[in-house]
Design a protein around this ligand. Structure first.
Ligand code: THU
Length: 136
């Protein structure tokens, strides 16, 4: 599995930019793309709570909008307590589905404080409208 460097430190740094006044739970993500560029994202919350968006989706959508092809992602939940449950550090279900759309099934997802997983492990039997995943 590919190295978590430098993606994880970049995800941690991206979390510092989070707009999370409601949850006080800052999350950062960094996406490595096929051309080597790394695109970051953080969670951005809204007073109308449902409009909030997770760090992973911000990073992935930003990469796509830049015309890049995401290949690998790191995620850091900065405010998760060191001795807390791993579930506090894992990507949410909505983000896993977006990863399924935009990353290869065998993409590595580095999860700060937890370890590295294949996307297919995080979202087995994923919903997909295309036979060949990630055909862009
Ligand atoms: N959050 C993320 O950014 N990514 C996830 O995968 C889980 C949750 C954010 C959303 C919200 O701003 C805060 O963490 C608390 O749920």
């Amino acid at each position: 599995m590919s190295s978590a460097e430098p993606l994880l430190p970049m995800a941690r740094r991206a979390a510092l930019k989070a707009h999370a006044p409601y949850s006080r739970f800052r999350v950062g993500a960094a996406v490595r793309c096929s051309n080597g560029e790394i695109v970051e994202g953080c969670n951005v919350e809204n007073a109308s709570y449902g409009l909030s968006i997770c760090a992973e989706r911000v990073a992935l959508f930003n990469a796509v909008a830049r015309g890049l092809r995401p290949e690998e992602l790191a995620l850091s939940c900065l405010d998760a307590p060191a001795d807390g449950p791993a579930g506090l550090r894992m990507p949410c279900g909505a983000c896993r589905q977006v990863m399924q759309e935009l990353l290869p099934a065998q993409a590595t997802i580095h999860i700060d404080g937890v370890g590295s997983r294949r996307l297919a492990e995080l979202l087995p039997d994923a919903f997909s409208l295309v036979e060949e995943d990630n055909c862009q």
